[in-house]
Design a protein around this ligand. Structure first.
Ligand SMILES: *Cc1c(COP(=O)(O)O)cnc(C)c1O
Length: 336
Protein backbone atom coordinates (compact mmCIF):
# COMPACT_ATOMS: atom_id res chain seq x y z
CA UNK A 1 0.00 0.00 0.00
CA UNK A 2 1.24 3.48 -0.79
CA UNK A 3 2.31 5.71 2.09
CA UNK A 4 0.13 8.46 0.60
CA UNK A 5 -2.93 6.36 1.53
CA UNK A 6 -2.33 7.16 5.19
CA UNK A 7 -3.46 10.55 6.47
CA UNK A 8 -0.53 12.73 7.43
CA UNK A 9 -0.31 16.19 8.98
CA UNK A 10 2.81 18.01 7.79
CA UNK A 11 4.70 19.19 10.87
CA UNK A 12 8.36 19.29 9.83
CA UNK A 13 10.72 20.63 7.16
CA UNK A 14 11.78 17.83 4.81
CA UNK A 15 14.15 16.51 3.72
CA UNK A 16 16.45 17.05 6.69
CA UNK A 17 20.04 17.59 5.51
CA UNK A 18 22.69 14.87 5.14
CA UNK A 19 26.14 16.25 5.95
CA UNK A 20 29.66 14.78 5.82
CA UNK A 21 31.53 14.79 9.15
CA UNK A 22 35.02 15.10 7.63
CA UNK A 23 36.87 16.38 10.67
CA UNK A 24 35.43 13.69 12.92
CA UNK A 25 36.20 11.01 10.29
CA UNK A 26 39.80 12.24 9.95
CA UNK A 27 40.26 12.39 13.71
CA UNK A 28 39.04 8.82 14.23
CA UNK A 29 40.96 7.49 11.17
CA UNK A 30 38.17 5.04 10.39
CA UNK A 31 35.28 5.00 7.91
CA UNK A 32 33.81 8.17 6.41
CA UNK A 33 31.03 9.36 8.72
CA UNK A 34 27.91 11.21 7.58
CA UNK A 35 25.01 12.60 9.58
CA UNK A 36 21.26 12.84 8.89
CA UNK A 37 20.11 15.99 10.68
CA UNK A 38 16.71 15.17 12.17
CA UNK A 39 17.68 17.53 14.99
CA UNK A 40 16.73 20.10 12.34
CA UNK A 41 13.26 18.65 11.66
CA UNK A 42 11.80 22.08 12.36
CA UNK A 43 9.15 21.35 15.00
CA UNK A 44 9.88 23.27 18.25
CA UNK A 45 13.65 22.52 18.34
CA UNK A 46 13.37 19.36 16.29
CA UNK A 47 13.85 15.63 16.67
CA UNK A 48 12.89 12.22 15.32
CA UNK A 49 9.41 12.16 16.90
CA UNK A 50 8.24 14.78 14.38
CA UNK A 51 8.23 12.06 11.69
CA UNK A 52 6.05 9.66 13.70
CA UNK A 53 3.73 12.44 14.86
CA UNK A 54 2.91 13.43 11.28
CA UNK A 55 1.14 10.09 10.79
CA UNK A 56 -0.28 9.90 14.33
CA UNK A 57 -1.78 13.40 14.15
CA UNK A 58 -3.00 12.67 10.61
CA UNK A 59 -4.99 9.79 12.09
CA UNK A 60 -6.18 11.86 15.09
CA UNK A 61 -7.43 14.64 12.81
CA UNK A 62 -9.20 12.18 10.50
CA UNK A 63 -10.97 10.63 13.49
CA UNK A 64 -12.11 14.06 14.68
CA UNK A 65 -10.30 13.89 18.01
CA UNK A 66 -10.03 17.11 20.02
CA UNK A 67 -7.06 16.32 22.24
CA UNK A 68 -4.09 13.95 22.43
CA UNK A 69 -2.45 12.15 25.35
CA UNK A 70 1.01 10.74 25.56
CA UNK A 71 3.68 9.83 28.09
CA UNK A 72 7.40 9.96 28.71
CA UNK A 73 10.21 10.86 31.09
CA UNK A 74 10.33 14.28 32.77
CA UNK A 75 12.63 15.49 29.95
CA UNK A 76 10.80 13.67 27.15
CA UNK A 77 11.59 14.98 23.66
CA UNK A 78 8.61 13.03 22.39
CA UNK A 79 6.19 14.80 24.74
CA UNK A 80 7.61 18.22 23.80
CA UNK A 81 7.22 17.54 20.06
CA UNK A 82 3.70 16.18 20.71
CA UNK A 83 2.83 19.39 22.60
CA UNK A 84 4.11 21.48 19.67
CA UNK A 85 2.19 19.43 17.10
CA UNK A 86 -1.02 19.71 19.12
CA UNK A 87 -0.56 23.49 19.40
CA UNK A 88 0.06 23.82 15.65
CA UNK A 89 -3.05 21.79 14.80
CA UNK A 90 -5.30 23.32 17.46
CA UNK A 91 -5.76 20.21 19.63
CA UNK A 92 -5.51 19.94 23.42
CA UNK A 93 -2.52 18.04 24.79
CA UNK A 94 -1.99 16.04 27.98
CA UNK A 95 1.47 14.72 28.79
CA UNK A 96 1.98 12.09 31.51
CA UNK A 97 5.51 12.47 32.80
CA UNK A 98 7.59 10.24 35.06
CA UNK A 99 8.88 11.63 38.34
CA UNK A 100 7.61 14.55 40.39
CA UNK A 101 7.26 18.21 39.56
CA UNK A 102 10.66 19.97 39.89
CA UNK A 103 10.98 23.37 41.55
CA UNK A 104 11.89 25.00 38.22
CA UNK A 105 10.72 23.82 34.78
CA UNK A 106 13.74 23.57 32.46
CA UNK A 107 14.51 22.15 29.01
CA UNK A 108 11.75 20.06 27.46
CA UNK A 109 9.47 20.58 30.45
CA UNK A 110 9.71 24.35 30.12
CA UNK A 111 8.76 23.95 26.45
CA UNK A 112 5.84 21.60 27.28
CA UNK A 113 4.43 24.39 29.41
CA UNK A 114 5.13 27.16 26.89
CA UNK A 115 3.44 25.05 24.21
CA UNK A 116 0.32 24.81 26.36
CA UNK A 117 0.39 21.11 27.31
CA UNK A 118 -1.28 19.98 30.51
CA UNK A 119 1.31 18.09 32.55
CA UNK A 120 0.39 15.14 34.80
CA UNK A 121 3.09 13.79 37.16
CA UNK A 122 3.12 9.99 37.36
CA UNK A 123 5.96 9.09 39.76
CA UNK A 124 7.58 5.77 38.79
CA UNK A 125 5.43 5.46 35.65
CA UNK A 126 7.20 7.04 32.67
CA UNK A 127 6.01 4.78 29.87
CA UNK A 128 2.31 5.49 29.69
CA UNK A 129 1.07 2.95 32.26
CA UNK A 130 -1.82 5.28 33.24
CA UNK A 131 -2.66 6.77 29.88
CA UNK A 132 -5.88 4.78 29.34
CA UNK A 133 -7.22 5.79 32.75
CA UNK A 134 -6.64 9.50 32.01
CA UNK A 135 -8.17 9.05 28.53
CA UNK A 136 -11.25 7.49 30.14
CA UNK A 137 -11.59 10.49 32.50
CA UNK A 138 -11.43 12.82 29.50
CA UNK A 139 -14.07 10.78 27.65
CA UNK A 140 -16.25 11.11 30.77
CA UNK A 141 -15.92 14.89 30.39
CA UNK A 142 -17.17 14.70 26.80
CA UNK A 143 -13.72 15.04 25.17
CA UNK A 144 -12.48 12.96 22.22
CA UNK A 145 -8.94 11.97 23.18
CA UNK A 146 -6.40 10.31 20.89
CA UNK A 147 -3.85 8.16 22.72
CA UNK A 148 -0.30 8.27 21.38
CA UNK A 149 1.85 5.44 22.83
CA UNK A 150 5.19 5.92 24.60
CA UNK A 151 7.67 7.32 22.08
CA UNK A 152 4.97 7.37 19.36
CA UNK A 153 6.03 3.79 18.66
CA UNK A 154 3.17 1.86 17.09
CA UNK A 155 2.84 0.81 13.43
CA UNK A 156 1.26 4.11 12.42
CA UNK A 157 4.02 6.14 14.08
CA UNK A 158 6.68 3.90 12.53
CA UNK A 159 5.37 4.88 9.07
CA UNK A 160 7.24 8.13 9.67
CA UNK A 161 10.49 6.21 9.49
CA UNK A 162 9.37 4.15 6.51
CA UNK A 163 9.02 7.52 4.81
CA UNK A 164 12.40 8.61 6.23
CA UNK A 165 14.13 5.63 4.60
CA UNK A 166 12.68 6.73 1.25
CA UNK A 167 13.80 10.29 1.89
CA UNK A 168 17.35 9.06 2.60
CA UNK A 169 17.34 6.85 -0.50
CA UNK A 170 16.50 9.77 -2.77
CA UNK A 171 19.12 12.01 -1.11
CA UNK A 172 21.91 9.45 -1.35
CA UNK A 173 20.99 8.64 -4.93
CA UNK A 174 21.15 12.32 -5.89
CA UNK A 175 24.49 12.74 -4.15
CA UNK A 176 25.92 9.50 -5.57
CA UNK A 177 26.58 8.37 -2.01
CA UNK A 178 26.66 4.68 -1.10
CA UNK A 179 25.91 4.17 2.59
CA UNK A 180 27.07 0.88 4.17
CA UNK A 181 25.80 1.31 7.74
CA UNK A 182 23.13 3.44 9.41
CA UNK A 183 23.66 3.96 13.15
CA UNK A 184 21.11 5.53 15.51
CA UNK A 185 19.85 5.63 19.10
CA UNK A 186 17.12 3.05 19.71
CA UNK A 187 14.80 3.33 22.68
CA UNK A 188 11.05 2.85 22.15
CA UNK A 189 11.70 1.02 18.85
CA UNK A 190 9.68 3.03 16.33
CA UNK A 191 12.70 4.55 14.62
CA UNK A 192 14.36 1.14 14.32
CA UNK A 193 11.25 -0.73 13.15
CA UNK A 194 10.27 1.97 10.65
CA UNK A 195 13.77 2.12 9.14
CA UNK A 196 13.88 -1.70 8.87
CA UNK A 197 10.64 -1.82 6.92
CA UNK A 198 11.48 1.32 4.94
CA UNK A 199 14.91 0.03 3.92
CA UNK A 200 13.40 -3.26 2.72
CA UNK A 201 10.65 -1.45 0.90
CA UNK A 202 13.05 0.70 -1.09
CA UNK A 203 15.65 -2.03 -1.60
CA UNK A 204 18.40 -0.29 0.41
CA UNK A 205 21.38 -2.52 1.14
CA UNK A 206 22.88 -0.77 4.18
CA UNK A 207 23.06 -2.49 7.53
CA UNK A 208 20.99 -0.93 10.32
CA UNK A 209 22.53 -0.75 13.77
CA UNK A 210 20.52 0.49 16.74
CA UNK A 211 22.49 1.60 19.78
CA UNK A 212 20.36 0.64 22.74
CA UNK A 213 19.79 3.52 25.19
CA UNK A 214 17.47 2.23 27.92
CA UNK A 215 18.29 -1.10 29.57
CA UNK A 216 14.81 -1.54 31.02
CA UNK A 217 12.51 -3.73 28.91
CA UNK A 218 8.94 -2.49 28.52
CA UNK A 219 6.22 -4.92 29.66
CA UNK A 220 8.81 -7.62 30.33
CA UNK A 221 9.45 -8.25 26.61
CA UNK A 222 13.06 -8.38 25.36
CA UNK A 223 13.74 -5.20 23.39
CA UNK A 224 14.92 -6.85 20.15
CA UNK A 225 11.72 -8.92 20.09
CA UNK A 226 9.66 -5.80 20.58
CA UNK A 227 11.36 -4.10 17.60
CA UNK A 228 10.84 -7.22 15.46
CA UNK A 229 7.16 -7.39 16.43
CA UNK A 230 6.66 -3.68 15.66
CA UNK A 231 8.45 -4.05 12.30
CA UNK A 232 6.18 -7.00 11.35
CA UNK A 233 3.05 -5.08 12.34
CA UNK A 234 4.24 -2.02 10.40
CA UNK A 235 4.84 -4.17 7.30
CA UNK A 236 1.35 -5.63 7.59
CA UNK A 237 -0.22 -2.18 8.00
CA UNK A 238 1.42 -1.41 4.64
CA UNK A 239 0.27 -4.78 3.25
CA UNK A 240 3.90 -5.47 2.46
CA UNK A 241 4.70 -9.14 2.07
CA UNK A 242 8.19 -9.48 3.45
CA UNK A 243 9.88 -11.81 5.90
CA UNK A 244 11.53 -9.99 8.76
CA UNK A 245 13.42 -12.17 11.21
CA UNK A 246 15.25 -11.61 14.46
CA UNK A 247 18.68 -11.70 12.77
CA UNK A 248 17.78 -8.46 10.97
CA UNK A 249 17.36 -6.58 14.26
CA UNK A 250 20.90 -5.56 15.18
CA UNK A 251 21.32 -3.91 18.56
CA UNK A 252 24.51 -2.77 20.26
CA UNK A 253 23.96 -3.04 24.01
CA UNK A 254 27.51 -2.14 25.04
CA UNK A 255 27.00 1.51 26.01
CA UNK A 256 24.11 1.31 28.46
CA UNK A 257 26.25 2.96 31.15
CA UNK A 258 24.55 3.54 34.47
CA UNK A 259 21.07 3.50 32.94
CA UNK A 260 18.63 5.76 31.13
CA UNK A 261 19.49 9.44 31.33
CA UNK A 262 22.74 9.00 33.30
CA UNK A 263 25.68 10.74 31.62
CA UNK A 264 29.12 9.11 31.99
CA UNK A 265 32.59 9.63 30.50
CA UNK A 266 31.67 7.92 27.21
CA UNK A 267 28.76 10.28 26.50
CA UNK A 268 30.79 13.30 27.64
CA UNK A 269 33.65 12.45 25.30
CA UNK A 270 31.37 11.82 22.30
CA UNK A 271 29.46 15.07 22.84
CA UNK A 272 32.66 17.03 23.26
CA UNK A 273 34.33 15.51 20.16
CA UNK A 274 31.40 16.21 17.84
CA UNK A 275 30.95 19.72 19.24
CA UNK A 276 34.62 20.69 18.90
CA UNK A 277 35.32 18.99 15.59
CA UNK A 278 32.03 19.62 13.78
CA UNK A 279 30.22 22.43 15.57
CA UNK A 280 27.25 20.09 16.07
CA UNK A 281 25.46 19.62 19.39
CA UNK A 282 24.42 16.11 20.50
CA UNK A 283 22.09 15.46 23.43
CA UNK A 284 23.12 13.78 26.70
CA UNK A 285 20.48 11.01 26.80
CA UNK A 286 20.23 9.57 23.26
CA UNK A 287 22.57 10.88 20.57
CA UNK A 288 25.53 11.37 22.93
CA UNK A 289 25.29 7.72 23.97
CA UNK A 290 24.66 6.49 20.41
CA UNK A 291 27.68 8.43 19.12
CA UNK A 292 29.76 6.92 21.95
CA UNK A 293 28.68 3.51 20.63
CA UNK A 294 29.68 4.46 17.08
CA UNK A 295 33.09 5.78 18.22
CA UNK A 296 33.74 2.64 20.26
CA UNK A 297 33.11 0.52 17.15
CA UNK A 298 35.37 2.68 14.97
CA UNK A 299 38.18 2.36 17.53
CA UNK A 300 37.63 -1.41 17.71
CA UNK A 301 38.04 -1.44 13.90
CA UNK A 302 34.60 -2.92 13.37
CA UNK A 303 34.14 -0.86 10.20
CA UNK A 304 36.29 -0.95 7.08
CA UNK A 305 38.05 2.36 6.37
CA UNK A 306 36.55 2.32 2.85
CA UNK A 307 33.03 2.21 4.25
CA UNK A 308 30.48 4.99 4.63
CA UNK A 309 28.62 5.18 7.94
CA UNK A 310 25.59 7.41 8.43
CA UNK A 311 24.75 8.53 11.96
CA UNK A 312 21.11 9.54 12.36
CA UNK A 313 20.95 12.61 14.64
CA UNK A 314 17.58 12.06 16.30
CA UNK A 315 17.49 15.38 18.21
CA UNK A 316 17.12 15.92 21.95
CA UNK A 317 18.68 19.38 22.05
CA UNK A 318 16.49 20.97 24.79
CA UNK A 319 17.73 18.40 27.33
CA UNK A 320 21.33 19.65 26.95
CA UNK A 321 20.62 22.60 29.21
CA UNK A 322 19.24 20.42 32.01
CA UNK A 323 22.56 18.48 32.13
CA UNK A 324 24.79 21.52 32.69
CA UNK A 325 26.61 19.94 35.66
CA UNK A 326 27.17 16.52 34.09
CA UNK A 327 28.37 18.02 30.78
CA UNK A 328 30.87 20.41 32.34
CA UNK A 329 32.79 17.64 34.11
CA UNK A 330 36.23 17.25 32.49
CA UNK A 331 36.24 15.22 29.30
CA UNK A 332 39.23 14.19 27.23
CA UNK A 333 39.90 17.11 24.89
CA UNK A 334 40.25 16.07 21.24
CA UNK A 335 43.16 17.14 19.04
CA UNK A 336 42.68 20.32 17.01
C1 LIG B 1 12.93 9.13 21.26
C2 LIG B 1 14.31 9.44 20.88
C3 LIG B 1 15.16 8.45 20.33
C4 LIG B 1 14.77 7.02 20.17
O1 LIG B 1 13.83 6.80 19.16
P1 LIG B 1 12.83 5.56 19.31
O2 LIG B 1 12.02 5.59 18.10
O3 LIG B 1 12.06 5.83 20.57
O4 LIG B 1 13.63 4.31 19.46
C5 LIG B 1 16.44 8.82 19.95
N1 LIG B 1 16.88 10.08 20.12
C6 LIG B 1 16.12 11.05 20.65
C7 LIG B 1 16.70 12.39 20.83
C8 LIG B 1 14.81 10.76 21.06
O5 LIG B 1 14.06 11.73 21.60
Amino acid sequence: MKLEKFPRSTLGFWPTPVVALDRLSDHLRGPRIYMKRDDQSGLALGGNKTRKLEFLFGDAMERGCDCVLTAGAGQSNHCRQTAAAAAALGLGCHVLLGGAEPAVAQGNLLLDRLLGAQVHWMGAHRKGEDVERVAEDLRGQGRRPYVIPYGGSNPRGALGFVRAAEELASQTEQAGLDIDHVVFASSSGGTHAGLLVGAMRCGADYELLGIRIDKEDTAGKPFAGEILDLACRTASLLELEVVIDEAMVQLDESVLGDGYGVVGDLEREAISLVARLEGIVLDPVYTGRAMAGLIRRVRAEQFDSQEHVLFWHTGGIPAVFTYADALQAPATAPAQ
